[in-house]
Ligand binder design. Sequence first.
Ligand SMILES: CC(C)(COP(=O)(O)OP(=O)(O)OC[C@H]1O[C@@H](n2cnc3c(N)ncnc32)[C@H](O)[C@@H]1OP(=O)(O)O)[C@@H](O)C(=O)NCCC(=O)NCCS
Length: 170
Amino acid sequence: MEAKTPNESKAIMTDLVLPSETNPLNNLFGGELLARMDRAASIAARRHSRRITVTASVNHVAFNKTVPLGSVLTVEAKISRAFRTSMEVFIDVWMEDRFSGERTKANEAIYTFVAVDDAGNPTLVPPLKPETDLEKERYAGALRRKQLSLVLAGKMDPHDATELKALFLD
Ligand SMILES: CC(C)(COP(=O)(O)OP(=O)(O)OC[C@H]1O[C@@H](n2cnc3c(N)ncnc32)[C@H](O)[C@@H]1OP(=O)(O)O)[C@@H](O)C(=O)NCCC(=O)NCCS
């Protein structure tokens, strides 16, 4: 299969934060943000694989900033690495200032999606060819994040997580 670039999978979703999506402090409810990120990441994974894709794992979420009611929120998702049948997706969340229009980074997350066939069986995906420095950096760290996720899920023996172990031994 021919390699694709992260930009070919890029998915951008912009939407308002409405009252039904906030907590009692009038800030965006965390579960709502998780759902928005899941949708954008799912589109990115589909664009990369051109297959049905399912969320296998939420590897990391950082709710760094509160997102107030009425905010314009942009969720950007791109594939950061493709393995055999799974894909790591990086999601960056931006908030737009109401007056200046300036964007600030609000949150970020990393999800894993798996491409499946019509019967739900994992199926091969094209490799990823990172282009920018940031894409290369995310690509390089993806294997150890995959191993960490598999170890935590009880699907990999920690002794086999060589890339992950190297992080602590270096
Ligand atoms: C995701 C799913 C297809 C994986 O099936 P499986 O039988 O574990 O298949 P495999 O063991 O062959 O794993 C398939 C790939 O997923 C990866 N994977 C599985 N669990 C993972 C996890 N927790 N974290 C990271 N990667 C994971 C495997 O490493 C493998 O990757 P690779 O082929 O690129 O090396 C299956 O568990 C599933 O359908 N889960 C439900 C998905 C779903 O409904 N999501 C929405 C939740 S509401």
